[in-house]
Design a protein around this ligand. Structure first.
Ligand code: SF4
Length: 239
């Protein structure tokens, strides 16, 4: 990546070349992994809790934890009223159960205090920036969690940056190699065209899981090798 490109990425307006590259990568990934059309997975509050459960664990474990929590406490008011150790027990398979149980209980207490129906559906009518400020008040709710609620529950074009998105984006040269997750969020948010945020996010994750793995990326069969900053010089010992 040239210094001009890096400078452009750090400015408010991304370089046209970067946007073109993102569009090209998005096309290749869609050809490989299929189109992705937004559909609602969860209401905003459920998505918020689901995303808290996904912190520092695998998707499989967090989905199991969410499932187990819903089975034991079919509505969020029941979680709010439950003992923290019972909530922790229900989500144990997701890891960091006591920390997450405390966070979930705290945010439910706050939401239920402010909104009698213990629900966040009203966020649908709010502008994106106001939602960001609202969600950022809760302990344990950071940029990625907020982006997941905005993208998956509210269909707003906000790019969550998880470990796969960060790794693959760096390797592809969409940002400098040492870019932090927070900075990557800003850079991708500015550079990814709004209509591509949802499919690009999902397909980058799929590519990261299936091909561009943290260790032993399958560069020899990678559909993005021509776009990759490090191919074919990826150090053998890291493959
Ligand atoms: S060529 Fe290798 S490092 Fe580059 S994107 Fe593909 S799998 Fe990842």
């Amino acid at each position: 990546m040239s210094s001009a490109e890096i400078k452009a990425l750090h400015s408010a307006k991304p370089a046209a070349e970067t946007v073109r590259k993102i569009r090209k990568i998005a096309r290749i990934l869609e050809g490989e992994h299929g189109p992705k059309t937004w559909s609602k997975r969860h209401d905003p509050l459920s998505q918020l809790i689901m995303t808290i459960l996904s912190q520092n664990t695998t998707d499989t474990n967090s989905q199991r934890a969410f499932q187990s929590l819903k089975e034991q406490f079919p509505d969020w008011l029941q979680v709010r009223q439950a003992q923290v150790q019972d909530v922790a027990k229900a989500i144990r398979c997701g890891g960091l159960a006591h920390i997450k149980a405390h966070r979930i209980k705290e945010l439910l207490a706050q939401i239920c205090r402010e909104h009698a129906d213990c629900d966040l559906s009203f966020l649908r009518d709010w502008p994106t920036e106001r939602i960001k400020v609202f969600l950022a008040r809760f302990v344990g709710v950071g940029e990625k969690t907020i982006a997941c609620v905005l993208l998956f529950a509210l269909n707003r074009p906000v790019m969550p940056v998880d470990t796969h998105v960060l790794r693959v984006s760096r390797r592809l040269g969409l940002m400098p190699p040492q870019t932090s997750a927070g900075k990557a969020h800003q850079l991708l948010q500015a550079a990814v065209p709004k209509d591509l945020v949802y499919p690009f996010h999902l397909n980058l994750i799929q590519h990261g899981r299936m091909t561009c793995k943290a260790r032993n990326p399958a560069c020899d069969r990678c559909s993005l090798s021509r776009e990759c900053r490090i191919y074919p010089v990826f150090p053998k010992h890291n493959r």
